[in-house]
Design a binder for this molecule. Structure first.
Ligand SMILES: [Zn+2]
Ligand SMILES: [Zn+2]
Length: 256
């Protein structure tokens, strides 16, 4: 791998290892580009507290820590500071203003909830409800329409257990829209390693049919997750068999 744009830090409360350790691991892995994309802070109303993301007041320290490493390793590794951000329409404009103000470079889309998080449905909870699948796809397309995302992380996180033709109808639409928007889709290493519901074979077949390439994302929550040569070999074989080309790098959609 040359590039990984999907890297977390302990600020999200469920990752381990300092930013320095992620950089050291990336160098050992031979990466040329390392993008940090920790779970973004979000401004929710009332007393709702989201446990899996950094707090707004942690963002400036995150950006300055990553930027210091960027400067220090400039001759060896291209480092970028981004966030993984859901598209929650009600709270999105305020988020983007804040990310711009704090000079976050890029966003990847990781839609962990359908709807708005405080009253939404968790995306990887199994469901046979067609309405949830449809809402997930429509929300993903609306996110693409913002034009602000660099790529879509684990686009197949929605855990639909219903009819295959219904899955194909809606996820096929998501794939076609990604193609039309020129938005790269990720093959998620974390889900692959842990045997999660994603990457979803049904989804990969739709991607193959659409002739789309995929970007590889470590979704690293530990520094060691950047050094996974065996997993990488398996993934390349799998995608090769399906006829899905790999996007080794992607252009960053700069927020600035
Ligand atoms: Zn995470
Ligand atoms: Zn992630």
């Amino acid at each position: 791998m040359i590039a990984n744009y999907h890297t977390h830090t302990p600020r999200c409360n469920h990752a381990q290892g300092s930013e320095q350790e992620y950089v050291d691991s990336a160098l050992s892995a031979g990466l040329k580009i390392l993008g940090f994309s920790d779970h973004t802070p979000y401004f929710f109303p009332g007393d709702y507290y989201s446990t899996f993301r950094m707090r707004p007041e942690e963002l400036p320290g995150y950006v300055s820590t990553v930027n210091a490493l960027r400067d220090r390793y400039a001759d060896r590794l291209e480092i970028h500071v981004g966030v993984e951000a859901e598209y929650y329409p009600k709270y999105f404009d305020r988020l983007v203003d804040f990310l711009r103000q704090e000079q976050v470079e890029y966003m990847i889309l990781g839609q962990h909830f359908v709807g708005n998080e405080p009253d939404g449905v968790y995306s990887s909870q199994p469901t046979a409800d067609k309405a949830i699948l449809e809402a997930y796809v429509r929300q993903g397309i609306a996110a693409m329409d913002t034009g602000l995302y660099t790529y879509m992380a684990h686009p197949d996180i929605l855990n639909f257990t219903g009819n295959r033709s219904v899955y194909n109808e809606w996820m096929g639409l998501l794939v076609r829209e990604a193609k039309d928007h020129g938005l790269p889709l990720e093959f998620n290493f974390l889900g692959f390693r842990e045997g999660r519901n994603y990457p979803d074979q049904r989804f990969l077949e739709l991607v193959a049919q659409a002739g789309l390439p995929m970007v590889l994302g470590c979704d690293a929550h530990q520094p060691e997750a950047l050094q996974v040569p065996k997993v990488e070999t398996q993934v390349r074989e799998k995608l090769g068999k399906l006829g899905i080309p790999i996007l080794e790098t992607v252009p960053l959609k700069k927020l600035g």
